[in-house]
Design a protein around this ligand. Sequence first.
Ligand SMILES: NC(=O)c1ccc[n+]([C@@H]2O[C@H](COP(=O)([O-])OP(=O)(O)OC[C@H]3O[C@@H](n4cnc5c(N)ncnc54)[C@H](OP(=O)(O)O)[C@@H]3O)[C@@H](O)[C@H]2O)c1
Length: 362
Amino acid sequence: MQPKVSIVGAGPAGFALAADLQGHGKSVLVYSHPTHFRHANSVKEKGHLQANGVMECSTTLPVTSDMGEAIAFSKTLILTVPSTGQETVLQELKKFALHRHTIIAVPGNLFSLIAAELDAECIFETNLSPYSCRMEEGGLAVMGRKKRIFIAPLQRNLNPVVYDKIRNIFPMELKWCSSVIEVVLSNVNGVFHPLMMLMNAGRIESTAGDFLLYREGLTRSVANAMLAVDRVRMKIGEAFGLRLKSAVQISNECYGQSFADFVDLAQNSPPHNRLKAPSSLENRNISEDVPDLLVSWCCLAETLGIDASPIKAVIILVEMATGVDYFRTGRNLQRLHLEDVTADELVARFSPATHEMIKSNG
Ligand SMILES: NC(=O)c1ccc[n+]([C@@H]2O[C@H](COP(=O)([O-])OP(=O)(O)OC[C@H]3O[C@@H](n4cnc5c(N)ncnc54)[C@H](OP(=O)(O)O)[C@@H]3O)[C@@H](O)[C@H]2O)c1
């Protein structure tokens, strides 16, 4: 029997994953929230999805707006909504018994912590979307497909069969991380996106994004600022006993590339160097990556007694530019259900050593 997977989120990333899984022999059903049905509608109207670029295919994909149908279709649900949409999906998921379901949030951005009351068998998170892709007039344009993504479950005593099941679903290599904290710290979009947007804000607004965001917008001084944010990210990792790679090394590992630094990557990486800038600051490079990555990194750093000034500076400047209070609306300690946790408890809960101890005990 063909393995079945429900994909929750009908944007470019969800459709790319659905088409890729189908091409690898899986049976898929795509769920689109009824109030976010525009891409699903266009695929439905055309009767098929045409993918171009590094993935070429024309395929028919079943789409539903009934969460009950998606849940009944498969015991594996892959969430491909942006983290800003996870809360809406969570409200839908809470209506169902999910104790035999596996949920994989792609990317997670600590979804598993905000979904604490969800009665799921297990929740996995990945660091990034496997595809760099956009919906275009003619269909789905796929600019990049990662060779490897990072993943970990929230739960730490899972049956090995579950890991095998996950391994068999994804059509790319999986790097197993020690915890969802290692995974969220490996979402390097938090290093790249907000600073690129902020330091090019004038150009974005005066040209409505008519330039190449990486190739023309990630220059030496932008890279220097990114390095400062990246150092804090790696220090947070150290506090958890992790030796995280730099953002460029993680991007290289995911795409199978070997760029020397941020500028080299911005100039020469095909999935990045042709990307146009968004037309305004109202874009998920800010609205997703600041509240759901930078705010959580900053709050973790502060709990651990790490100087997070570079990250805090970015958040504050974005708040000043946009008027949005991201510290309040983002994944702060309260939203992550970590507000009463001490530094020692935080480390004990997520460090690789604890993971190994639990694994060997049972
Ligand atoms: N596409 C890429 O190249 C890429 C690369 C790296 C990482 N990612 C990450 O992968 C995730 C998905 O990417 P994507 O490009 O497919 O995203 P997307 O098009 O912005 O969103 C995916 C789907 O979720 C829906 N959605 C948005 N907000 C929602 C909400 N509040 N409730 C319910 N549904 C909602 C969208 O509807 P609407 O169309 O109505 O908004 C769309 O159908 C994001 O976290 C993104 O940052 C994507």
